[in-house]
Design a protein around this ligand. Structure first.
Ligand code: SFD
Ligand code: AMP
Length: 630
C-alpha cells in the first residue's frame, strides 16, 4: 500500500464542505460552541475563499422573502416552491429556511456584500424573490466571516483535503476519512456530529461541451456528488434522486437567464420569431394544476422550449436587444434614453462578469453586443443541485414547531436537518426536497443544521468510538488506485492504455456515456423508458466492478478517481429513482416515454432510497407528501 502518513483530528462538530452551507454552519456553530466550550472543525477539498458553486461569484441572491415589506408571506414562498417542483416538496423544510433567510441577507450586507439599491435606498429586485448584487467577491466575504468565527471559538479549518467516506460506529456517524490533495497524508476526523455538506453533482451526464472546453459547465465541475455518496454509504435515507435540474442557459458558455427574464423582462423565441411560451401553451392542460400556475414551473418552461427544438425550430434566441430597447424607450427623452442604454449595456455585461465570466468572453469572442444581437440559449446537461430548481439530497428531519399532527410522525425525528443516521446532518445541496434555497438559503440552512448538531452533541456528549480495523480497511480502499497504477504501469509502453487498470477520466467518460444514452441525457433529448433504464443499470453494475481497477498516477488522479466513484453512485441513485417513479412528472427535466403522463393519484409522493454498503443493495421507499398549514 502507498506510504501515507495518518493524521487524526479529534473534534466535537465536523463540517465537511466549506461552501455556502458550510460557511453558514461555521458562523452559527462557532457562536454556540464558544458558549459550551465545544470544538468546531471545517474541512474542504479546495480553498474556502474560492470553493464550491459560488467560487466565481454570483450576480444575484435568489432567495430573499422580504417578509418585513408585508408584500410576501411564508405561505407565498411555500406555494411558489411547491408549484415549481410539481407538488413534490417538504413545506416544513422550505418554511424553516424561508423564515430566517432575510436576516442572513441583511448580515451579508453588513459584512460588505454590495446589494444593488434604488434611488430611495431600497434593494433592487431581480424578481419577486431575487435581489441583484455585485457578487464577484461573495464567497470571499462569507468565507472570511466563517474563518473569523472559527478563530473566535478556537475552532479550525483545513483545506485541500478530499473527504471520501463517513466513519461509522453501530449505525451512528462518528466522523469522516479523506486524504490531502497536496501531501501523502490520510486524515481521520473523529467527531460527535458531522455535517455532510459537499454540494451537488456535475458531469454525471455527458456535457454538451467537448474537447478543450470539456470542463465548461454551469454548475461547478468540482462538485462531484460527494454528499450523495457520503450519505448513501452511511446508510442514510435519500430523497428525490430522480429530480435532476436542467437549466436553460446561454449556449456554450452557460450564462444564467434569470436576470434577462426577470430584470430585463426579455422574451425568448424560436428561430422564426415564435414565442414558444405562448405558441405551445395548449400543452399546459396536461400538467395541471402545476402547468397553469404563474410563474410556470422551471421544467415546464424548458418543456415548451424543447417542443420547438423537437419541431426543428432551433436555434432558440434570448431577444436581448429587444429587451434593452424596450426599457430604454421608456426614458423621458432621447438624452435619458441614451444614458439608460449605456447603463443597461453595463448591467448586461456585469451580470456575467460577476458570475459566469466565460459568457462575457464568448460574447467578446463572437462580436456579440447584447444591445444589438440576440444570443442563443439551450437546455444544459442534467445536474444534481437540490438548492436550485432540482430537489435531490438526504432525507432530513424538519423543525418540531412546524409540524402538524399529520406530518409529525413522518417528518420529525429529533434534530432539525439530521438525516436518518444519528449524528449525521445535511444542508444546502446535500439536503433534499427543499428546493429554491440558493446561496442565501443554503447558508441559512447550514446555520440551522450547525445549531441543531450542537444540540445533538450536548445531548450525546460521549466521545466518538472509531474502530481501527475500519480505518485500515478504508485507507487501503482509498489508496488502492495508486497501488494499482504503481503495480501495473510497466505492463504497457503507454500508461494510459493498460489491461490491468482504468484511468479516472476513462472511467468518467464511460459513466457519462451510460447516463447520456440510457438515462435521458442531452443526446437522447432527455427521454428514456423502463427498458433503457434497466439496461443502464446493467452497464452501471459492470462499471462498479471496474471501480476496483481504477489506476491513479498521483494525488490529483486519486482525487479524480474518487470524484468519478462518487458520481457513479449519484448516477445509480438517479436511474433507480426514475425507474421507481412510475410516471413523468417533470417534463423538461426528463420524460419517461413508457409513462408519458403525470399520475397524481399514485405518485404525489416522495421517491426515497437507501443503500446498504455491506450488501450493495438499494431499497426504494415511497413516502407521503403532506403539506403544513401556515
Ligand atoms: O442564478 C468537498 N446559484 C445561485 N444562487 C443564488 O443565490 N444566486 C444566483 O445568482 C445563483 N446562480 C448560480 C448558482 C450556482 C452556480 C454554480 C452558478 C450560478 C453558475 C446557486 C448557489 O450557488 C447554490 O445554491 C449554493 O452554493 C449551494 O451551497 P452548498 O453549500 O450546498 O454547495 P457549495 O457552495 O457548492 O459548497 C460545496 C462545498 O463542498 C466542497 N466539497 N469538500 C471536501 N471533500 C469533498 N469530497 C468535497 N466535495 C465538495 C466544495 O469544495 C465546496 O466548498 S443562478 O444561476 O442559479
Ligand atoms: P436562473 O438564472 O435560471 O438560475 O434563475 C435565477 C432565478 O430566476 C431562479 O429563482 C429562477 O427560478 C428564476 N427564473 C428564471 N427564469 C424565470 C422565468 N422565466 N420566470 C420566472 N422565474 C424565473
Amino acid at each position: 500500500m502507498a506510504d501515507f502518513e495518518t493524521v487524526v483530528v479529534e473534534t466535537d462538530l465536523l463540517i465537511s464542505g466549506g461552501g455556502m452551507a458550510g460557511c453558514g454552519a461555521a458562523v452559527e456553530a462557532a457562536y454556540w460552541a464558544r458558549k459550551h466550550n465545544l470544538k468546531v472543525t471545517l474541512v474542504d477539498k479546495a480553498a474556502v475563499d474560492r470553493s464550491g458553486a459560488v467560487a466565481m461569484g454570483l450576480s444575484a441572491i435568489n432567495q430573499y422573502v422580504d417578509l418585513n415589506s408585508g408584500n410576501n408571506t411564508l405561505k407565498d414562498y411555500c406555494d411558489y416552491v411547491r408549484n415549481d417542483l410539481m407538488g413534490i416538496t417538504r413545506e416544513d423544510l422550505v418554511t424553516s429556511i424561508a423564515r430566517h433567510v432575510d436576516q442572513t441577507v441583511h448580515t451579508f450586507e453588513k459584512w460588505g456584500l454590495p446589494i444593488w439599491k434604488d434611488e430611495e435606498g431600497n434593494f433592487v429586485h431581480e424578481g419577486r424573490w431575487q435581489l441583484m448584487i455585485n457578487g464577484e467577491s461573495y464567497k470571499v466575504i462569507v468565507a472570511e466571516a466563517a474563518k473569523n468565527a472559527l478563530a473566535e471559538c478556537d475552532g479550525e479549518y483545513l483545506e485541500r483535503i478530499f473527504i471520501t467516506h463517513p466513519l461509522m460506529n453501530d449505525g451512528k456517524c462518528v466522523g469522516a476519512i479523506g486524504f490531502s490533495v497536496r501531501e501523502n497524508k490520510v486524515y481521520i476526523f473523529k467527531a460527535k456530529a458531522t455535517l455532510g455538506i459537499m454540494g451537488g453533482a456535475v458531469h454525471v451526464f455527458k456535457p454538451r461541451s467537448t474537447g478543450e472546453g470539456f470542463g465548461r459547465s454551469w454548475y461547478p465541475p468540482f462538485n462531484s456528488g460527494s454528499s450523495t455518496f457520503f450519505h448513501a454509504y452511511a446508510g442514510a435515507e435519500l430523497t428525490c434522486q430522480e429530480v435532476r435540474f436542467i437549466p436553460v442557459r446561454f449556449k456554450d458558455a452557460y450564462g444564467p437567464v434569470g436576470a434577462w427574464f426577470l430584470l430585463f423582462k426579455s422574451i425568448a423565441t424560436n428561430a422564426y420569431g415564435g414565442n414558444y411560451m405562448q405558441d405551445n401553451a395548449y400543452e399546459l392542460d396536461k400538467w395541471e394544476p402545476y402547468g397553469k400556475v404563474k410563474p410556470r414551473p422551471a421544467n415546464i418552461r424548458n418543456w415548451l422550449m424543447m417542443m420547438d427544438v423537437e419541431a426543428g425550430k432551433s436555434p432558440i434566441y434570448m431577444q436581448t436587444a429587444e429587451a434593452i430597447q424596450r426599457i430604454a424607450d421608456k426614458a423621458p427623452d432621447e438624452k435619458a434614453a441614451k444614458k439608460k442604454l449605456k447603463e443597461l449595456e453595463a448591467e448586461a455585461w456585469e451580470d456575467f462578469l460577476d458570475m459566469t465570466i466565460s459568457q462575457a468572453i464568448l460574447w467578446a469572442a463572437t462580436n456579440t453586443e447584447p444591445e444589438k444581437k440576440p444570443s442563443e440559449i439551450m437546455a444544459c446537461d442534467p445536474y444534481f443541485i437540490g438548492s436550485h430548481s432540482g430537489a435531490n439530497g438526504a432525507w432530513v428531519s424538519g423543525p418540531e414547531d412546524l409540524q402538524t399532527d399529520e406530518t409529525r410522525d413522518e417528518y420529525f425525528w429529533g434534530y432539525t436537518n439530521m438525516t436518518t443516521v444519528p449524528g449525521l446532518f445535511a444542508a444546502g445541496d446535500a439536503s433534499g426536497a427543499s428546493s429554491h434555497k440558493f446561496s442565501s438559503g443554503s447558508f441559512t440552512e447550514g446555520r440551522i443544521a450547525g445549531k441543531a448538531a450542537l444540540n445533538y452533541i450536548l445531548d450525546n456528549p460521549e466521545a466518538p468510538v472509531v474502530d481501527d480495523a475500519q480505518i485500515e480497511d478504508l485507507k487501503a480502499t482509498i489508496l488502492k488506485p495508486l497501488d494499482m497504477f504503481e503495480e501495473y504501469k510497466g505492463a504497457t509502453t503507454d500508461p494510459t492504455v493498460n489491461p490491468h487498470y482504468i484511468r479516472p477520466n476513462q472511467f468518467m467518460y464511460r459513466l457519462q456515456k451510460i447516463m447520456d444514452e440510457y438515462a435521458g441525457g442531452v443526446s437522447s433529448q432527455f427521454k428514456t423508458n423502463d427498458k433503457l433504464l434497466e439496461k443502464g443499470l446493467e452497464l452501471l453494475a459492470m462499471l462498479k466492478e471496474d471501480q476496483l481497477n481504477l489506476g491513479a498516477n498521483g494525488l490529483h488522479e486519486l482525487m479524480r478517481s474518487w470524484e468519478a466513484t462518487h458520481r457513479m453512485y449519484q448516477g445509480e441513485a438517479h436511474v433507480r429513482s426514475i425507474l421507481f417513479r412510475d410516471e413523468t412528472r417533470w417534463p423538461g427535466y426528463y420524460f419517461r416515454a413508457d409513462k408519458p403522463s403525470m399520475d397524481n393519484e399514485n405518485w404525489l409522493a416522495f421517491c426515497n432510497c437507501k443503500y446498504d454498503r455491506n450488501t450493495g443493495e438499494w431499497e426504494m421507499i415511497k413516502r407521503p407528501v403532506k403539506y403544513i398549514s401556515h
